[in-house]
Design a protein around this ligand. Structure first.
Ligand code: NAP
Ligand code: BGC
Ligand code: ZN
Length: 356
């Protein structure tokens, strides 16, 4: 079968031939439909994040997949079920985090991430997975199922942010998403029903397709070139929730000042090392005297995938069509990895649901 991988000494995705995997006991064989591409994949390709599996000279890419069960292999699934795989796997047999159903809380060394860290991903015509890591979704979502994984990241981060404010009466009204990439825009749409006023920050000049998406959601675009990043709180109302999805390290700290009293900033971006000059005293004081919180978040677990599928089902098809700017066949896979100002979310299509 064909798979899309990056070689250990390479810096671009290539198609390779691999044997079709055989499901072991407890695993199902899945026929891949679509696999999304995100900022993390670009980091893995560039060598800035993740690791190839031990004893292999390549890593199969892709952690945002949707597929159809081809061979249930005595698992509770039936052939034809539409499933989305979770990302983390235990590296050396189960550990306490996986036993608790909280693989997303495992520290380094206690997990592999398929397509990212130490394990092959899902960008192949078939993949196998233990049944416990496959989340069934309705067939009506098959086309958009590759968005369940990124949406699950948002579910976790928003749950954690609200949990950090659960000890007192908190009625958030305003939310600011930092980043107009795919994760930022998907999050903006998901936050819309909960917040009265939503904002999204980017650094693009109009006309730009992401600004059109932001405005079509009824949100306000904040151009960081115009406001100057430190003045975000001056240019707009203080925010009850900030959701950082840029990977731009200064924003993590600037978000403290963008928050209203009692607000919380959920940090998602994965940035490289970066030295900053900042007024630590002021930020420390802001956090303490105004009961603010910063919450870091990585990955997600089974329940977040289930919640994400529900959220996705509630998003308008018009929004999803605007968000997904390209679904590319395997023989034109390179187009899915183009990251320019006209692409928002892309995916590689291995097969279609309707086919069989
Ligand atoms: P992406 O497509 O690269 O989006 C990042 C967006 O942030 C881009 O639109 C970029 O704008 C914007 N941006 C970057 N620096 C900025 C700045 N200084 N000012 C304003 N806007 C800026 O990535 P993604 O897939 O949406 O993911 C977003 C971030 O979340 C990435 O860092 C990714 O690694 C991370 N992530 C984390 C998790 C987790 O589990 N924690 C999960 C998924 C993703 P331009 O396009 O104009 O450059
Ligand atoms: C993935 C997460 C993963 C994180 C860090 C994200 O892009 O969606 O599942 O935990 O990268 O590797
Ligand atoms: Zn991702």
């Amino acid at each position: 079968m064909k798979a899309i991988a990056v070689l250990a000494d390479g810096n671009e995705p290539v198609v390779i031939e691999k044997p079709r995997p055989e499901p072991a006991a407890g695993e199902a064989l899945v026929r891949t439909l679509r696999v999304g591409v995100d900022g993390t994949d670009h980091e893995v390709i560039a060598g800035g994040h993740g690791d190839t599996p031990a004893d292999d000279d390549h890593i199969v890419l892709g952690h945002e997949a949707v597929g159809v069960v081809e061979d249930p292999n005595d698992t509770p699934f039936e052939a034809g079920d539409v499933v989305v795989p979770t990302v983390r796997r235990p590296p050396n047999g189960a550990n306490e985090y996986f036993a608790r159903g909280e693989p997303d809380m495992a520290p380094d060394g206690e997990y592999h991430e398929r397509g990212i860290v130490g394990a092959h991903g899902f960008m192949a015509e078939y993949f196998t997975s233990p049944a416990e890591f496959l989340v069934e979704i309705p067939p009506s979502l098959a086309e958009w199922g590759f968005l369940v994984e990124p949406a699950s990241i948002t579910e976790k981060a928003v749950e954690n942010a609200f949990a950090s404010r659960s000890a007192f009466h908190w009625e958030p009204e305003s939310a600011l998403v930092l980043g107009n990439g795919a994760l930022g825009l998907l999050t903006l749409a998901m936050l819309d029903p909960t917040f009265e006023r939503t904002y999204c920050l980017g650094r693009r000049e109009r006309p730009d397709p992401t600004v059109d998406v932001i405005e079509s959601l009824g949100a306000t675009y904040v151009n960081s070139n115009e406001t100057g990043v430190p003045s975000v709180p001056d240019a707009h109302e203080p925010m009850d929730l900030v959701f950082e999805a840029t990977g731009h390290a200064p924003h993590a700290f600037e978000s403290i000042e963008a928050l209203a009293p009692n607000g919380v900033s959920a940090l998602l971006g994965v940035s490289g090392d970066r030295t900053l000059e900042l007024d630590a005293g002021r930020l420390h004081r802001e956090l303490v005297l105004h009961n603010k919180a910063l919450v870091g978040n990585v990955n997600s677990r089974y329940e977040h995938f289930e919640a994400a599928a529900d959220s996705l089902a509630g998003l308008s098809r018009a929004f999803l069509s605007d968000l997904v700017t390209g679904v590319h066949a395997l023989d034109a896979f390179e187009a899915a990895f183009v990251d320019d100002d006209t692409t928002i979310k892309t995916a590689v299509e291995f097969d279609t649901y309707e086919k069989r």
